[in-house]
Design a protein around this ligand. Structure first.
Ligand code: CP
Ligand code: NVA
Length: 301
């Protein structure tokens, strides 16, 4: 296992298998009331430069259930690069806590934090990637459908942080992933190198045809609010509604990392339908991140 979780690209297939195996055990132990405080005495610092409910609550509850503790900070508290350099923040936090989880804009800030910190750093979302989300998504699909190499997943919408992490994980796990995005919002060509299982489609219905799982995310990610009106028009043909879903397999599952903008990228009808597993997916953030925390923080003094 690595020292940090910054992106999916830095993980091996073995790392992912280790995370999934431990997730399964921790989830089952929790449901049986057999959780052990394996991170007793450990502290996780959480830095948020963007809003959050799932990431914030799941990491907090995860540390609590593992016997540890969290400290939450916003940019008002630490003012990265303004009140103090990333280097000095990383070196200071390394003397007090056992790990750092950060949600911010620039991916490079997370890379720099990890470079100067002597403790593990976990990416809780940057403009570039959302590895905790993608790991949870694939774990959830595996839990529902089994062998991931036999599953076809379609991602409809913006090739954003979530999509990039899904692409990298699909590459690693050799899973068939179809992507449909408007022109100008498609994945970078660079990412698609050595990705024989990732296929790009122009039309949403072509991407969805005969898949087992259909996934979407917001058209306007955090930090892109000024582009909201423009994006809403461009993404209109990529809405996940009942008609689009009808092209997938009859029992296809629906996923969304949340928060959802009901009526925009997904309709109420689809997100509320029996096909939707969005809250199982949200719950699994807790279990997957507990595994990540145990694997990264347990060895910390
Ligand atoms: N999916 C996700 O990361 O949710 P939050 O933005 O609420 O943390
Ligand atoms: N792509 C979204 C994901 C939110 C969890 C965003 O970055 O806002």
């Amino acid at each position: 296992m690595l020292n940090d979780l910054l992106t999916i690209d830095s993980l091996t297939r073995k790392d992912v298998e280790e995370i999934f195996k431990l997730t399964r055990k921790l989830k089952s132990d929790l449901k049986k009331g057999k959780s052990k405080p394996v991170l007793a005495g450990k502290t996780l610092a959480m830095i948020f430069h963007k809003p959050s409910i799932r990431t914030r609550v799941s990491f907090d509850v995860a540390m609590y259930q593992l016997g540890g503790h969290v400290i939450k900070m916003t940019n008002e508290d630490i003012q990265i690069g303004k009140r103090e350099s990333i280097e000095d923040i990383a070196k200071t936090l390394s003397r007090f806590v056992n790990g750092i989880m950060i949600r911010t804009f620039e991916h490079q800030d997370v890379v720099d934090l990890a470079k100067y910190a002597s403790i593990p750093v976990i990416n809780g979302l940057t403009d570039y990637s959302h590895p905790c989300q993608a790991l949870t998504d694939m774990y959830t699909i595996k839990e529902k459908l089994g062998d991931l190499s036999k599953v076809k997943l379609a991602y409809i919408g913006d090739a954003n942080n979530v999509a990039r992490s899904l692409i990298n994980l699909a590459k690693l796990l050799k899973m068939e992933l179809h992507i449909a995005s408007p022109r100008g919002y498609q994945p970078d060509q660079e990412m698609l190198k050595n990705a024989p299982t990732v296929k790009i489609f122009k039309e949403a219905k072509e991407a969805v045809k005969n898949v087992d799982v259909v996934y979407t995310d917001t058209w306007v990610s955090m930090g892109q609010e000024e582009e909201a009106e423009k994006r809403k028009k461009i993404f209109e043909p990529f809405r996940l509604d009942a008609q689009l879903l009808s092209y997938a397999k009859p029992k296809a599952l629906v996923m969304h990392c949340l928060p959802a903008h009901r009526g925009q990228e997904i309709t109420d009808e689809v997100i509320n339908s029996p096909s939707s597993i969005v809250f199982d997916q949200a719950e699994n953030r807790l279990h997957v991140q507990k595994a990540v925390l145990v694997l990264l923080l347990k060895k910390q003094a």
